[in-house]
Design a protein around this ligand. Sequence first.
Ligand code: NAD
Length: 488
Amino acid sequence: MLDGKLLIGGKWKTCEKTFESLNPATGDIIGRACLAGSEEVIEAVKKAKLAQKTWNKIDISDRVKIFTRIRDELLKRSQDISNLITMEMGRPLFESNIEVHLTSEMINYFVNEGKTFLEGDAIQINSHNFSFTRFEPVGVVGIIKPWNYPLLLPFWAIAPALIAGNTVVLKPSDLTPFVGIEIGKICQDAGIPDGVINVVTGDVFTGKSLVSSDIDMVSFTGSSATGKNIMKNSADKLHRISLELGGSDAFIVFKDADIEEAINGAVWGRFMNCGQVCISPKRIFVEDDIADSFIEGFVKKTGDLVIGNGLDPETDIGPMVNMEQREKLKLQVEDAIRKGAVVELGGKIPLSLQDGFYYEPTVLTGVTPKMNVMNEEVFGPVAAISVFENMDEAIALANRTIYGLGASVWTKNLDTAMSMSSQLECGMVWVNEICTLHPQCPWCGIKHSGMGKDLAKYGIREFVSIKHVNINTGTEKTRSWWFPYGGR
Ligand code: NAD
């Protein structure tokens, strides 16, 4: 049984209340983590404020050096961390390994580019007047993250925020507290100074306490509902917020696409991480001429997926993260069936896997805009497929959602791809590609999918304020626009 403490000001502390972390594949308790209350959160923020004064004065090259050590520590422990991720949130070990490597790649990117992205501009106004801009850290960043990428998403914020001179208080998801604690340990073992990173495990109330504390910014990734709450609760403090929220991405297949490739991409995109991915293609639209062959191939490929414990190397799909998420998914499928959807595959809890929170990979066809699967985020292994007749209809269907995270378009015609990419209401468009991420490309949503920018130069600049300095070196005693007016 693991025993989780809080990392505050460089010390590991116990607290009175604790909560359990469960293995979703078995329902077994993995360990008990500290449930931080508002007092602990306030203390962590105080330590972070104190540490920021010194951390900000360290040369950026030295802050970057610490991140090379953090990356090395991460890779050294890669197998143990992958196991921990799979134990806490259920996904296949293969995918957990990918998460560790994506995290190290992203850290590497900010190690190499962070300093350049934080160089300001010099602006010559005239012969005796010039300006320059300087990027300055925001201060203390409260980082609140979900369970579906429990290592990558916290580090998406930690690496750029710290390299830019901020300090942080991390509140990991209540479903993956031990991965959050591991992040603290890795940073400490890499030699990060006390108080620069603090980890407060806990629940919704821990998160709320962090939002209403004396932080300077919230970096949040999670559901749109929580994002709205955070925005409301941040209003009084007027601190900066970065919100990366839910999605209901469209996957649009035109008749000229490579059907086999599109099927392979759609099945992987929809079912990896058990369908619990923000940019997973939650609504699949297929042009009518190829709909039958696409659906036949999609159902066959999905039927071949192996469902089981993520620690088993044969497993393609693990359990869902908890009972609550599975219940929500069951209700969405029941609603679709009641309103006329056809279950081509799955649609139930597998008989042979009753202990964990499993749900069969499910394919629904004949879905219509009235169904909840088309209007709510479907965060589990359910693919909803419908048919369109032409590009205008595809765009109307794809944009008919409150979400605006990503979209994926499959066609061999580059004009079609370009036209779609400009008409789709979302922050990211993939063409003949699905669910990839590159640290050098921005990650962002619009509409109810948020207003954050992660990765690339935009990601690190979320964590700084821009200061403009104007200097006059001239000798004039006055200016033509100063008093007195009217030619006196
Ligand atoms: P969630 O919103 O329930 O929780 C996210 C985090 O917020 C957790 O740490 C939770 O404890 C905390 N929290 C909950 N209520 C809070 C409050 N009122 N104040 C402060 N903190 C609070 O989300 P989840 O179920 O953990 O994650 C799944 C969601 O995350 C999905 O909607 C998914 O699409 C989204 N997501 C988005 C992205 C993206 O990049 N856009 C990436 C991954 C996940």
